[in-house]
Design a protein around this ligand. Sequence first.
Ligand SMILES: NC(=O)c1ccc[n+]([C@@H]2O[C@H](COP(=O)([O-])OP(=O)(O)OC[C@H]3O[C@@H](n4cnc5c(N)ncnc54)[C@H](OP(=O)(O)O)[C@@H]3O)[C@@H](O)[C@H]2O)c1
Length: 294
Amino acid sequence: MKIMVTGANGFLAQHLCVFLSDKGFQTIAVSRGPRKIPLSNNIFYYDLELTNVSSVADFIHNHQPDVLIHAAAMSKPDECNNNQEKCILQNVTVTENLVYLVKKYAIHFIHISTDFIFGENGPHHEDQLPDPLNFYGESKLMAENIIKKVLTDFTIVRPVFIYGAVWEGLRMSFIQWVQQNLQNGQAIKVVNDQQRTPTWAEDICAGIYQIIVLKKYGIYHLAGKDICTPYSMALTVAKVLNLDSQLIIEVDSTSFPEPVRRAKQSGLTIQKAVHELNYQPHSFEEGVRKSFGL
Ligand SMILES: NC(=O)c1ccc[n+]([C@@H]2O[C@H](COP(=O)([O-])OP(=O)(O)OC[C@H]3O[C@@H](n4cnc5c(N)ncnc54)[C@H](OP(=O)(O)O)[C@@H]3O)[C@@H](O)[C@H]2O)c1
């Protein structure tokens, strides 16, 4: 089976490409610029700017994958807020173009969305009404709505606050940021009034693998099983790595006047994925241990 993954130089997509190629899938990894993803026999990297409509159409016509996992996005809420036109282009127009192509070639489309399509009162289940609090969330919701309108067989996956192992060429996730600061004796301020269900990258990869092999369509929340605040996550990192937790200063979100709103009580429920995909995510502490190879 041939799987195409967009955003392949990004955090989630690098994990996905490595995971899926280890499972024996021929993995067509596309992103812009030089390859950052590790070399592997089964991963074929291509530099492809997704806003270039004709190049993308030619590429899909030539490769005709069985599955297309769309993980590319402008993924930082602040950046989306400050560059709204570009955000619509990257997150909505690019998705719309892909949607018509996967329809034409009957490719299973797996779209990576986000918990940011919801507002407060999480954890949210799959059918809850969206209520994005910022422009990033709005753009991801617009993309979801186009997918639902145009395609009948599609899969939308929503993760939350992804963390995991890093290697050369891969940006840090939250847990490495905590590690680096604490190892340098640097105090960090971390909010304790935002609730999330952080997702270990390997768990979401395993969930997507099940979606592919079981050919599952619809919406799935692939998040972690623990409800945590960033402060409690930072404490767990300190515990696992035996670092000085006194350097972690508990604050509330009013200490960081942020340009975009973020939900205080977010997170996603995972019962549907547990029942239908046999999704078995690790606890946050287990995920952190495994991310650091412990
Ligand atoms: N990280 C999280 O905690 C989280 C949580 C929930 C949902 N998600 C969703 O999960 C997906 C992956 O997130 P991530 O954190 O792994 O993102 P990421 O690290 O920011 O990676 C996104 C990748 O997509 C590429 N890209 C964006 N627009 C492109 C375009 N027009 N053409 C070609 N490549 C393009 C980016 O390239 P450049 O580097 O050149 O911009 C980058 O390599 C996103 O859809 C995001 O919305 C993430």
